[in-house]
Design a binder for this molecule. Structure first.
Ligand code: PLP
Length: 448
């Protein structure tokens, strides 16, 4: 563990201005920020500016960005085609009390690309998107409970703030996890509304679903367990969910806020399994706040204010579908051709192979998970099936590697998940693997 100390000392030495800014921020913001998911100990870097795949912190340290704001920035920071149209739009007004055609342009692109989208609606976050998929599922089925997997993250509203990053010691049996609150402050009865099942354990999950089938409105699932570790679902597991939900009048929701990076049509296209509803976010806003939910026409029609009697499901939001975000999203998706998706996946495969090779050379177990341009690094030889396997990894070692990578000029999420942008080429990938090699060499050297 002596090496953790030296990585920490190096981090502290190179980030004094970030530390000062963080100390100041703490006077006004609890913990110095508004986003706990990107906090790391002892304090995060404060970014001064960013461009392409480079992020420069307040101390002038330039790092390669291998996370792109939790997988959002697929074209890198401030891509020219997006900046140009957003500037022009801002001269024409930023938000109107009326719809605009930019929204239709983005909606059309999504409906053409996402197999499950007959119709779509926009929100300002993935959290609102998953909230709406669940609300629509309840409205259309007349049932209330939802099922989710242990370790699945679907945003921060009550219904999905259950069994996210739980302590396995407190979460019951692996094959029959208890529903545990992911935060204090949940409404009474929230936990009773959520059925929790193990990820990728088809038989065990099916048993739990069967037991609750008459009360279930929806099953919500990330096809790739994203922020928790970039662990793809097996086709068998998703096919079971599709069959069970179809047979039992339950709405299948794919939360593709992260997994939309798997292919042009999302993970649903990659797996060839079409859900009833899908939530999106992150990359479809071109760097601006966004969420989207869509699906079967008969479900989405619940939102239609033109039907007799008005919409059955309420949906408002001052900044929903604002013209700036819609244009940024459309400009981004228009850049993301099938060829670009193919190139992104190719680069990511190269990176994954490089990371794996470092483990082979240093004779230490390394697995690299992910799909498309998403990847997660795991230092274990054990099979990675679901959340419990990720939770069993050595957190201290992982923290040491994360700090080490920061010290070597590489930015990832603190749990070592990452995403490749179009700005990342072979030179950046080679820089990443060389940095990881140095970090692991230090970490694996027995302390004196
Ligand atoms: C799979 C998934 N769903 C929903 C969300 C929530 O999105 P937002 O942070 O935009 O509210 C996230 C955010 O990371 C996510 O990863």
């Amino acid at each position: 563990m002596a090496e953790t100390t030296s990585e920490l000392e190096r981090y502290l030495r190179s980030t004094p201005k970030s530390k000062g800014l963080w100390e100041d921020a703490k006077n006004y913001l609890p913990g110095g920020d508004s986003r706990n998911s990107i906090f790391w100990n002892p304090y995060p870097i404060f970014v001064d500016h960013a461009s392409g795949c480079h992020v420069v912190d307040a101390d002038g340290v330039d790092r390669l960005d291998f996370i792109g704001t939790m997988t959002t920035l697929v074209l890198g920071h401030s891509p020219k085609p997006v900046v140009k149209v957003v500037r022009e739009q801002m001269e024409q007004g930023m938000v109107y009390n009326a719809p605009n055609a930019n929204q239709t342009r983005l909606a059309k692109l999504l409906c053409e690309r996402i197999p499950s989208f007959d119709l779509v609606r926009f929100t300002n976050s993935g959290t609102e998107a998953t909230l709406n998929t669940i609300r629509a599922a309840r409205a259309v089925t007349g049932k209330s409970k939802i099922a989710k997997v242990e370790g699945g993250y679907h945003g921060s509203h009550d219904q999905v703030s259950v069994s996210v990053r739980v302590d396995p010691a407190k979460a019951g049996e692996r094959s029959r996890p208890d529903a545990l609150a992911a935060t204090e402050g949940l409404g009474e009865g929230t936990l009773d509304q959520v059925v929790v099942m193990p990820f990728n354990e088809t038989a065990a999950a099916r048993k739990i679903l069967e037991e609750n089938k008459d009360q279930l409105a929806a099953v919500i699932i990330e096809p790739i367990l994203g922020s928790v570790g970039m662990l793809p679902a097996t086709t068998e597991f998703l096919a079971m969910l599709r069959e069970f939900t179809r047979d039992n009048g339950v709405i299948l929701i794919f939360d593709e806020v992260i997994s939309y990076r798997a292919s042009l049509g999302g993970a649903q296209e990659y797996y060839g399994i079409t859900p009833d509803m899908t939530s999106l976010g992150k990359i479809i806003g071109g760097g601006f706040s966004i969420g989207a939910f869509g699906g079967r026409k008969d479900i989405m029609d619940l939102y239609d204010p033109t039907v007799p009697g008005g919409p059955r499901v309420a949906h408002a939001g001052t900044f929903n579908a604002n013209p700036v975000t819609m244009l940024a999203g459309a400009a981004t998706l228009e850049e993301l051709t099938p060829e670009v998706y193919r190139k992104l996946a190719e680069m990511t495969e190269r990176l994954k192979a490089g990371i794996f090779q470092v483990g082979v050379d240093l004779e230490t177990p390394v697995q690299v998970t992910g799909l498309g341009s998403l990847f997660g690094i795991h230092f274990t030889g054990d099979e990675l099936v679901g959340y419990r396997d990720i939770a069993a990894e050595d957190a201290t070692f992982r923290y040491q590697v994360f700090l080490g990578l920061l010290n070597e000029g590489i930015l990832m999420a603190s749990n070592l998940v990452g995403a490749v942008s179009t700005e990342i080429g072979e030179a950046e990938i080679d820089a990443f693997t060389a940095a990881l090699r140095r970090v692991l060499e230090r970490a694996l050297t027995p302390s004196a």
